[in-house]
Design a protein around this ligand. Sequence first.
Ligand code: NDP
Length: 328
Amino acid sequence: MFVTKAILIERENDKHVAALREIDDGLLSVGNVVVDVEYSTMNYKDGLLITGERSLVTKFPMIPGIDFAGVVADSEDPRWQQGDRVVANGFGLGERHLGGLAQRVRVEGDWLVRLPDNVSPFQAAAIGTAGYTAMLCVLRLERLGVLPDDGDILVTGASGGVGGVAVALLSKLGYRVVAATGRMSEADYLKSLGAAEILDRAELAAPGEPMQRQRWAGAIDTAGSHTLVNVIAGIRYGGVVAATGLAHGIDFPATMFPFILRDITLSGVDSVMQPMAAREEAWARLATDLDVAKLEAMVEEIGLSDVIERAPRILAGEIRGRTVVDVN
Ligand code: NDP
């Protein structure tokens, strides 16, 4: 019996309790591939899972961790052999299927993506769900016809994980990037990732006019609520917003005006249930379009024993860039 260290969330006396525990692998979820996790990561959603905010966990006990990178240890799926290097994101990991903040996971072979040769498990974790989602957003802008020559692209939550990778990707692809942040002290960091201009997110936080000065050809929004509404109000005629997050709020207090008078497209981006072809495309593009030095500048590495303390801090917007968890 293999004993694995994991963050375990249990329901005790109606309370949501997370702790570092040891469990034997008989307790792992059903699935046809066992993966030895090398690195997991902490995303905003892991903060929600571990603290119990928004009650995302549907089954107890649960191991959080919406993503992981590692090596196949055992497989009943003919597509996967022992030693294959893999990454997984979403599919209910950490919510309804035991997740990646553990030394070992059992999952369905259908959920795994083979790591591109030039991406190490550490780099894959540094990218993580946040970076893969940022790539999905960039692909969405491209697919909807927003090109570097069209004008500036606004990225909100730029000091966070999705935002930071989006800034780095867009700048490498030749877009001029405006990074919106609540932490103006991170201006130098954001410029080092490729931002040409920094915007104080306070400008976007309060209710505003439904149509404002046309400033950006497109945007990637991680905030929702009034921030997203103000972003849409400042998009140029025919522009596109890829909206993926709710760090400001889950509401959307908008009017129809920018859509019907400025031909704006609001396109939602989900990472959890993306079909495999879209995942593979995103990971292939990350392998070529993300500057490794910029990725490394975004990462902080922690151990499993540091995870619980960090969860409320990620929700409070105190963590910069990406957090990689060395689970071993
Ligand atoms: P992070 O915690 O790393 O980053 C979030 C950032 O949002 C913060 O760093 C902060 O950046 C900004 N922020 C915090 N509070 C507010 C606020 N009140 N108003 C505006 N901005 C705020 O999270 P991730 O990058 O992992 O995720 C970002 C969002 O995207 C989350 O809501 C997450 O749930 C969502 N997401 C959705 C996915 C999907 O499948 N749809 C997949 C991945 C993420 P700064 O200090 O620079 O302003």
